[in-house]
Design a protein around this ligand. Structure first.
Ligand code: BYC
Length: 320
């Protein structure tokens, strides 16, 4: 009722006052159209990333080197599916159905993190994904816990708890390989060589080239910019690599100073942006394969969704 009585300028002022006061925006609250659209895009793309991200790791479930590592990998991949569900649910509160989100993904209208368009060639890649890809994701998601939209923020709190276990799982794999044979050490180094740059790309374009960062920061959807988060990740991860004897594949990497905690900060090379945009725009090594697999899995699961709906309709009519 309130919405129809107040004019747009008053509603906007109320919305902005809430943002300034760090009060979360909830699904039934009035919000500017552009804020809603921004969230629809970002949260759904985040959800797609979680679900598509299950594919590169799923490739290694049947070839995990021990029962322990198989169980851990299975649990991790299942967690990623759960993260997708929290995020689709958060995105649905914005008034768009999950079917619509999936359709946009299948039509190529929605994106997902570029990093999942690279192949997992051997077991060390599973270590590199957990350590670097989940490590990059947590850096971003810890910050997103303070995002201004309530359902997105609450999903992030839960997701971060699980992601920190994922990051340790990956680091443990790398650490064990570095304590192993020369061949295992070579595999671990080869994996960081291939995953370092795609992990840095996860943070998106430089702030100066990022179309959405301005509004995202103004509305507190993002709490830190792409470049700031990328620097945090580099500062945190380089010492972890050095501790276990891995070399970060960047000839220009060197300590530039220290942060406010006395920890080192680094100068480094720039990302190959040509490669980044090629992968984002559908031309990476596995883009086609990832999407085809998702479309097929969605079609194969049609009967399950129909049964679930029929069961629910049946229950509803019994309870009526
Ligand atoms: N990949 O203006 P910008 C996980 C697009 S999964 C692809 O900076 P924004 C895991 C961007 O969408 C968790 N596209 O955009 C799962 C935009 O295109 P549109 C992954 C990218 O939104 C399984 C355009 O470039 N985390 O943890 O302000 C196993 C301009 O960019 C990328 C998330 O999804 C990219 N890397 O900032 C293991 C985090 N970068 O939409 C692990 C949530 C940019 O105009 N998302 N683009 O067509 C975000 O925080 C932000 O959306 C981004 C981009 C930082 C990614």
């Amino acid at each position: 009722m309130k919405e129809t009585l107040l004019d747009e300028a008053t509603l906007l002022a109320e919305f902005e006052a809430k943002i300034d006061a760090e009060i979360k925006i909830e699904p039934r609250d009035w919000m500017p159209d552009a804020y809603r659209k921004h969230l629809i895009r970002q949260i759904s793309q985040h959800a797609h990333s979680e679900v598509i991200g299950m594919q590169p790791e799923g490739n290694w479930i049947t070839r995990a080197p021990s029962l322990r590592s198989k169980k851990i990998l299975l649990a991790k991949i299942q967690d990623e599916g759960g993260h997708g569900l929290y995020l689709y649910s958060a995105a649905e509160t914005l008034g768009v159905s999950r079917d619509q989100y999936i359709q946009w993904l299948h039509e190529g209208k929605a994106k997902y993190a570029s990093v999942f368009n690279y192949p997992t060639l051997n077991w060390a890649d599973i270590g590199a994904i957990g350590w670097l890809v989940d490590g990059a994701a947590i850096t971003n998601q810890v910050s997103l816990q303070r995002t201004s939209y309530g359902p997105y923020s609450r999903a992030m709190v839960r997701i971060c708890k699980e992601e920190s276990f994922h990051q340790r799982q990956g680091y443990e794999i790398m650490w064990k390989m570095m304590e192993g044979t020369k061949d295992q050490q070579r595999m671990a180094q080869d994996a960081i060589n291939r995953w370092w740059w795609p992990a840095l790309m996860m943070f998106g374009p430089h702030d100066s080239d990022s179309a959405h960062t301005g509004n995202a920061m103004k509305w507190k959807i993002k709490r830190e910019t792409n470049d700031r988060l990328r620097e945090k990740f580099i500062n945190k991860t380089v010492p972890q690599a050095e501790l276990i004897g891995l070399k970060v594949p960047d000839a220009n990497l060197k300590v530039s100073g220290t942060d406010s905690f006395g920890e080192p900060t680094y100068d480094h090379s720039d990302i190959n942006w040509e490669e980044f945009w090629q992968v984002v725009n559908g031309n990476g090594p596995c883009n086609e394969q990832r999407l085809e697999h998702h479309v097929k899995a969605h079609q194969d699961g049609k009967w399950v969704r129909e049964c679930a709906k029929a069961f629910q309709n049946n229950n509803d009519s019994i309870n009526r």
